[in-house]
Write a protein that binds this ligand. Structure first.
Ligand code: G1P
Length: 305
């Protein structure tokens, strides 16, 4: 099987959970510390060797294209001022990857967004990265998934153990062990099971390495949960295993993952990433300790001291 070179990033969602911030701006451009969320995702793809990135976008997404393009006026102003640090930050996202854009058209779900990549991807395995999940760059996930894909030639999804109380927010996998500690064989998948009915606590997080046969399956996948064409449903068919497609494996991730799709989790991600930064951490850490102490035990009153 050919090595993977392409990444697909679905980015057509309306981001309604972040209104009004996302009224005129794509949610993928929300800053996580000082970088838009989408840049972390593209950096992750590039770090794993995938420099051909296809974004599946929709209306209101021009800011994404602008972010990965040159911005002459700003560049020349910074050059004139001799501000090479800022100039480097501006230029970095321009040269990061070979980014392509395709509109989703009808927003019919994640499976539909992935299907739109068919012509661009061709008959090769490819990665899919969802922008709401950020993986800490110090922890390896995508590179490991690509290795497992090359070894086993199957379709690979990233799995994370989650608390059963949140399992209904994810695609959930039932699995069997393999001879590798972090790799499981997937025997079943269910998209967002009703609360309390999840068959396991292994959730799909938004990283996939898909075989191109997924496109044929997606073409006939009927709308599922929420009336949308679900990638999870197509993967379930793949796991049921037509022999030519070789089934589905999961790589169980035990590193740091940040969820930026939900407001509270987004705020946690910004704080976590900021306190670890060399330029911001020293100022933020003592402030945060003091602030947290002032919060007391959760009743709004400071702790008695
Ligand atoms: C999507 C997938 C779901 C997966 C999740 C990971 O759901 O459909 O299977 O667990 O991403 O973030 P979404 O959160 O986009 O509704």
């Amino acid at each position: 099987m050919a090595p993977v070179t392409k990444a697909v990033v679905p980015a057509a969602g309306l981001g309604t959970r972040f209104l009004p911030a996302t009224k005129a701006m794509p949610k993928e451009m929300l800053p996580v510390v000082d970088k838009p969320a989408i840049q972390y995702v593209v950096e992750e793809a590039v770090a794993a060797g995938l420099t051909d990135v296809l974004m599946i976008t929709g209306r209101n997404k021009n800011a994404l294209e602008n972010h990965f393009d040159r911005v002459g006026e700003l560049e020349s102003t910074l050059e004139r001022k001799g501000d090479s640090d800022k100039l480097e930050k501006v230029n970095y996202s321009t040269g990061l990857a070979d980014v392509h854009y395709l509109r989703q058209g009808d927003p019919k779900g994640l499976g539909h967004a992935v299907l739109r990549a068919k012509m661009h991807v061709g008959h090769e395995p490819f990665a899919v990265l969802l922008g709401d999940d950020l993986i800490d760059h110090r922890d390896v996930l995508l590179t490991r998934m690509l290795d497992v894909q090359q070894q086993r030639s199957t379709t690979i999804v990233a799995l994370l153990e989650v608390d059963p109380s949140v399992a209904h927010l994810y695609g959930i996998a039932t699995v069997e062990p393999t001879d590798e500690e972090d790799v499981v064989r997937i025997t079943g998948l269910v998209e967002k099971p009703a609360p309390g009915t999840a068959p396991s606590n292994l959730a799909i997080i938004g990283r996939y390495v898909l075989r191109p046969e997924i496109f044929d399956i997606l073409e006939r996948t009927e709308p599922g949960k929420g009336g949308e064409i679900q990638l999870t449903d197509a993967l379930q068919e793949m796991a049921d295993g037509p022999d030519w497609a070789g089934g589905v494996h999961g790589v169980v991730f035990r590193g740091r993952r940040y969820d930026t799709g939900d407001r509270a989790d987004y705020i946690k991600a910004v704080v976590q990433l900021a306190v670890e930064r060399e330029d911001l951490g020293p100022e933020l850490r003592p402030w945060l300790r003091e602030f947290a102490a002032g919060l007391g035990d959760g009743d709004g009153d400071p702790d008695p001291s």
